[in-house]
Design a protein around this ligand. Structure first.
Ligand code: FAD
Length: 568
């Protein structure tokens, strides 16, 4: 029996439907009347309460009144012993609603934990509006952007985002496509609305647009499990006693400034914050959490007309793609090159061999801004499910490791973060501000000269500026990129073309650090009760691997909380 008399809240621009049995709640819990009465004057006025908050507050009130709310049965008027009473369930906070946080919440919710999922950004629908404002009016919301917010991440950051859902949704992984974990994640995506062909396609791709309904269904299911989901909830600190995490400090951007933060107690905290939560990394450093710098890759994003890539990859068959009649998909490419012969620990950083590879190749896509701070500039690529744009873009990136971070060693485990930041700041200055991206023809980049003629068109919406990208990175990176580009052109003749445009910079290819944890339990080696997972913790790179990490952490934690006794 599903009891759902929805309450509809109207506010000038939005209508929220609260998916709860509010009527029955009011019958059984008189204090709810006070709550609604307090809320009512605010509706239609300056303030409003998002449905997530209203729902979670009502549920908390019920739980506090010992009645409990069961999403299958509605409000429980008597305790049912077969259902674990709310106040005895272990309480788990999951920080971050990217793929890793979503899957951890799903498993823990299914196994009976009292889960609160906290996300600093906005739900996927609002995040779409914020990203639209960024793309059209250059308004960067520091808490809701391509890196922060409900996953879209499944690259979309689920089944960022930054899901961090403004991701591209390529469901490829290096952790083994047929492993149980990846298969479970893919099937979950299909369960929540992804097209079933992702289970059989050689290169499954969802596209940003398909992520939105999928995330919505995922979220809906989590709520049905009893997971409390709070958006605009940024976790600023951990409450630690005797090296054990006891809770978190949350700032709610829905509250008026100065209303203060909230302290919440939990039995365990799952940290799934992605690779751009630099403030969270700082906070962890203050708590002396074990972390160490990790290798990643930096470089530039190259964009060609899609027709050119089609003709390089398909030759005469390219016409079939261009006319749109065949079943031939728009062409992509994947490249890995190694430059430099020597590779000894003692060598100068300029002498090490380096890998240069294509990253997040987006056929029929567009270049997008992934900055989280207006003084820094970084980009990535995405595409919609039809992959119908005129452009093909891909990052070309070079591996960097802790040797390269030596100039920033005073920042300890955050040296790689400072390394990223340095080049993001330089790119912002080169672009001249206002999120304009520095750009250079690839032909000029390999000849170390500024592009003086008009640049080819770019898919990047906020503008490009001719710049000396060959001076942005240190020579060991620039030269590795130049050599690799020349090698790629030998394999893919026409890759170095006057229509090909390089954009700067691509710095957030994966986490610049790793948070140490125990292999079996997923618990931090330095703070009990803290479970660092996903890309931001340095254990994943991409939607699928992040989701799998979150899922297995969910099982491991459920085992420690005695909610689960099977094998993982
Ligand atoms: P994230 O998805 O980054 O999620 C972390 C979440 O934590 C964010 O929503 C953030 O807002 C939240 N958060 C951070 N700090 C706090 C805090 N203090 N309090 C509360 N919440 C917090 N991968 C692919 O596999 N295929 C692709 O095609 C692809 N395309 C991409 C395109 C773009 C434009 C981008 C940006 C990424 C793309 N990725 C892609 C990468 C993919 O999105 C990530 O690898 C994946 O989302 C990582 O998942 P995660 O759960 O570890 O972290």
């Amino acid at each position: 029996m599903m009891l759902r008399n929805n309450i509809v809240l109207k506010e000038p621009q939005f209508t929220y439907t609260v998916d709860m049995d509010v009527k029955k709640l009011l019958d059984m819990e008189p204090r709810a009347w006070d709550f609604i009465a307090r809320l009512e004057p605010k509706l239609g006025a300056v303030e409003y309460m998002p449905k997530e908050k209203l729902a979670s507050d009502l549920v908390s009130m019920l739980n506090a009144s010992n009645k409990g709310y069961d999403h299958e049965l509605g409000i429980r008027d008597t305790y049912n012993d077969s259902i674990c009473p709310q106040d005895k369930k272990p309480r788990v906070a999951v920080i971050g609603s990217g793929p890793s946080g979503l899957f951890a919440s799903l498993v823990l919710g299914e196994l009976g934990a009292d889960v609160t999922l906290l996300e600093r950004g906005q739900p996927v629908e609002q995040r779409g509006r914020d990203i639209g404002a960024l793309a059209v009016r250059r308004i960067l919301q520091s808490e809701s952007n391509f890196c922060f917010g409900e996953e879209d991440t499944f690259g979309l950051h689920l089944h960022r985002d930054h899901l961090s859902t403004w991701s591209d949704g390529k469901l490829v992984t290096r952790i083994g496509r047929n492993t149980d974990g990846v298969q479970a994640v893919m099937q979950t995506f299909v369960h929540f609305g992804a097209p079933p062909n992702i289970l059989v396609d050689g290169k499954p791709h969802l596209g940003t647009d398909k992520l939105v309904p999928l995330l919505r269904n995922f979220r809906h299911h989590l709520r049905e499990l009893g997971v409390t989901i709070r958006f605009n909830a940024r976790v600023d600190d951990l409450i630690v006693e005797d090296r054990q995490v006891k809770g978190i400090v949350v700032s709610d951007s829905e509250l008026r400034p100065g209303s203060g933060s909230q302290k919440l107690s939990f039995d365990a905290v799952v940290l799934a914050v992605g690779h751009s939560a630099r403030d969270t990394y700082n906070m962890l450093q203050q708590h002396n959490v074990d972390m160490s710098p990790k290798s990643f890759a930096v470089g530039l994003r190259i964009e060609h007309p899609q027709e050119l890539i089609n003709s390089i990859q398909y030759s005469e068959l390219a016409a079939e793609v261009q006319k749109g009649r065949g079943r031939i998909p728009v062409a992509d490419y994947k490249i890995v090159k190694s430059v430099g012969e020597k590779n000894a620990e003692e060598l100068d950083i300029a002498e090490q061999s380096r890998s240069c590879y294509s990253f997040c190749m987006c056929p029929g896509g567009q270049v997008v801004l992934t900055s989280t701070d207006p003084s820094e500039l970084c980009i990535n690529g995405m595409s919609f499910s039809r992959r119908a744009s005129k452009w093909a873009n891909s990052a070309l990136v070079v591996t960097v490791s802790s040797h390269d971070f030596k100039p920033f060693r005073s920042h300890g485990p955050l040296a790689g973060v400072e390394f990223q930041r340095e080049f993001e700041r330089r790119a912002a200055v080169m672009g001249g501000g206002n999120f304009v991206v520095p750009a250079q023809r690839v032909t000029d980049f390999i000849s170390n000269r500024l592009s003086v003629t008009t640049l080819p068109p770019s898919s990047y919406r906020l503008g490009v500026r001719p710049s000396k990208l060959h001076e942005l990175f240190p020579p060991y990176i620039t030269e590795a990129l130049q050599q690799s580009i020349i090698m790629i052109d030998r394999e893919m003749p026409g890759f170095v073309a006057k229509e090909a445009l390089l954009h700067g910079v691509e710095t957030r290819t994966s986490s610049p650090l790793q948070i140490s944890r125990y292999g079996e339990t997923y618990e931090s080696t330095s703070l009990q009760g803290l479970y660092p997972i996903g890309e931001g913790a340095g254990y994943a790179g991409g939607i699928l691997s992040a989701a799998v990490d979150g899922m297995y952490c969910g099982f491991a934690l459920a085992k420690q909380l005695s909610l689960f006794h099977g094998d993982i």
